[in-house]
Design a protein around this ligand. Structure first.
Ligand SMILES: *[C@@H]1O[C@H](CO)[C@@H](O)[C@H](O)[C@H]1NC(C)=O
Ligand SMILES: *[C@@H]1O[C@H](CO)[C@@H](O)[C@H](O)[C@H]1NC(C)=O
Ligand SMILES: *[C@@H]1O[C@H](CO)[C@@H](O)[C@H](O)[C@H]1NC(C)=O
Ligand SMILES: *[C@@H]1O[C@H](CO)[C@@H](O)[C@H](O)[C@H]1NC(C)=O
Length: 347
C-alpha cells in the first residue's frame, strides 16, 4: 500500500523535475568521489568532494520543478561566478560565524563560508523571517496571513537571527571542518579536487561556533544519537531526522531544523535544513504533505506541509543524480528506463 502510494508520489514529485534539468555537464559535473576506506575515526566521513544545493536560477519558472547545482569550492571560483562578499564579513565575523561569507548573484537565500585560504569550509541558509512567520504571497507559497505558524523559532538554538540589507533572516549554519581551523587554515585551494574540502559535518547550535552538533559519519551512529531512522527516497537517500518520533507530541512546533542523508552503504552523503513556514525563494522546496508524512512518519508534518508549508533545502556531498540508487528496497519501483531518461536530460 505504502509502496504503491510512494510510486505515485515519486513519479509526481520527481519525474517532472527532470524536464527542467539544466546541462550539468557544462557546469562542472564531476563523478562521485571514490569512497575511501575509513575504518579509523568513525566521526569522520569520507572526504567531501562535491557540494550541491537547489538551483539559484532566478529564471526558473515557478511551474518548473527543482534541480540542484554545484556550489563553488574555492573563493576565487565564487568571485569569478559573480558571488559577492557579504558586506563587512571577514573570517571571524565578530565571533558569530567562522569563514568569509559570500552571497550568490541571485536569490541569496544561502551563503558560502570560505576559510582563510579560500577553501569552502561551511554553508548557511538564510530564511526571510517575515515570510516564515507571517506567510508569503509568492507563487510557491500563497500562505500570507492564512495560517498561524506555531513553531517556536526563538527557542531553537540552531537558529540565529540577523539583519542583512534591511531584511531580517533566520540563519542556519553548517561546517565541513572543525570551525577552530577555519581562520588559521593551511589548506591549499589547488588540492581541493583531490583532497576534498572536509570530512566532518557539524551544525552551529548557538550564537557562536563554540557550540556544535556533530553529524555522525554512519547511519548506525546517527540512530544511536537520536536521529530517527526514517524512510529512503531515490534522489535523496536515507533520511534521519532528529527525534521525529517526538514531533507529533509537540504538534510539530519544536522539530529541530536539521536532517541527515545516508547512502545505500549507510554513509553520510548530505544533509538538509527544514523550517515550518513558506519562504518563496526558488531555492526552497515545499514538499507535499503526503511525501513528508511518508518520509518522516509524522502526522503533524503532513498538516504543516499542507497549510503553512515547510521550507526545505537539501545539500549534497555527491552529485544529486548519484543518489538515485541509494534505496535498494525501492529499486524495483524506479522506472526501468530512468537512467536513460536522466542521461538524455543531464548529459
Ligand atoms: C551539454 O554541454 C556540453 C558541453 O558544453 C555540450 O557538448 C552538450 O551538447 C550539451 N548537451 C545538451 C543536451 O545541451
Ligand atoms: C579497510 O582497511 C582495513 C585495513 O587495511 C581492511 O582490513 C578492511 O578490509 C578494509 N575495508 C574495506 C571495506 O575495504
Ligand atoms: C496553531 O495553533 C492554533 C491553536 O492551537 C491552531 O488553531 C492552528 O491550527 C495551529 N496552526 C497550525 C498550522 O497547525
Ligand atoms: C495542533 O495542530 C492541529 C492542526 O493544525 C490543530 O487543530 C490543533 O489545535 C493543534 N493543537 C495544539 C495544542 O496547538
Amino acid at each position: 500500500m505504502r509502496a504503491i502510494r510512494f510510486v505515485s508520489v515519486f513519479v509526481s514529485l520527481f519525474l517532472p523535475t527532470f524536464a527542467g534539468v539544466p546541462n550539468i555537464s557544462s557546469r562542472g559535473y564531476v563523478a562521485p568521489g571514490v569512497p575511501q576506506n575509513n575504518t579509523g575515526n568513525s566521526q569522520n566521513a569520507e572526504s567531501f568532494k562535491y557540494l550541491a544545493v537547489t538551483l539559484p536560477d532566478p529564471a526558473r519558472l515557478h511551474e518548473k520543478s527543482y534541480w540542484f547545482n554545484a556550489i563553488p569550492l574555492i573563493q576565487t571560483t565564487a568571485v569569478a561566478e559573480g558571488w559577492t562578499l557579504l558586506p563587512g564579513s571577514d573570517c571571524t565575523n565578530g565571533g558569530k560565524y567562522f569563514g568569509v561569507r559570500y552571497l550568490p548573484k541571485s536569490a541569496p537565500s544561502i551563503a558560502a563560508l570560505y576559510d582563510s585560504k579560500g577553501v569552502i569550509a561551511g554553508f548557511q541558509i538564510l530564511y526571510k523571517v517575515d515570510a516564515l512567520t507571517k506567510g508569503s504571497s509568492e507563487a510557491d507559497c500563497d500562505t500570507l496571513n492564512k495560517f498561524q505558524n506555531n513553531y517556536t523559532f526563538s527557542d531553537q538554538r540552531m537558529i540565529n537571527k540577523e539583519t542583512i540589507g534591511g531584511t531580517q533572516y533566520f540563519v542556519l549554519t553548517a561546517y565541513f571542518v572543525n570551525p577552530k581551523q577555519i581562520c588559521s587554515s593551511n589548506r591549499s585551494p589547488s588540492r581541493v579536487k583531490t583532497d576534498g574540502f572536509g570530512n566532518q559535518l557539524s551544525f552551529q547550535n548557538g550564537p557562536t561556533p563554540s557550540t556544535l552538533i556533530l553529524a555522525p559519519a554512519t547511519r548506525k551512529l546517527a540512530a544511536a544519537q537520536s536521529w530517527t531512522n526514517n524512510q529512503c527516497l531515490p534522489l535523496n537517500g536515507y533520511h534521519n531526522f532528529f527525534k521525529s518520533n517526538e514531533w507529533d507530541s509537540k504538534n510539530c512546533t519544536e522539530n529541530r531544523p536539521d536532517w541527515l542523508f545516508y547512502n545505500k552503504d549507510q554513509r553520510l552523503s548530505g544533509f538538509g535544513f527544514s523550517l515550518p513556514g513558506c519562504d518563496g525563494s526558488p531555492r526552497f522546496q515545499h514538499p507535499p504533505g503526503e511525501i513528508v508524512q511518508y518520509v518522516s512518519g509524522s502526522k503533524c508534518a503532513k498538516t504543516v506541509s499542507d497549510t503553512i508549508k515547510f521550507s526545505n533545502m537539501n545539500v549534497y556531498f555527491v552529485p544529486p543524480i548519484s543518489t538515485l540508487h541509494d534505496c535498494p528496497e525501492l529499486e524495483s519501483k524506479i522506472p526501468e528506463n530512468i537512467d536513460q531518461i536522466l542521461k538524455e536530460l543531464v548529459g
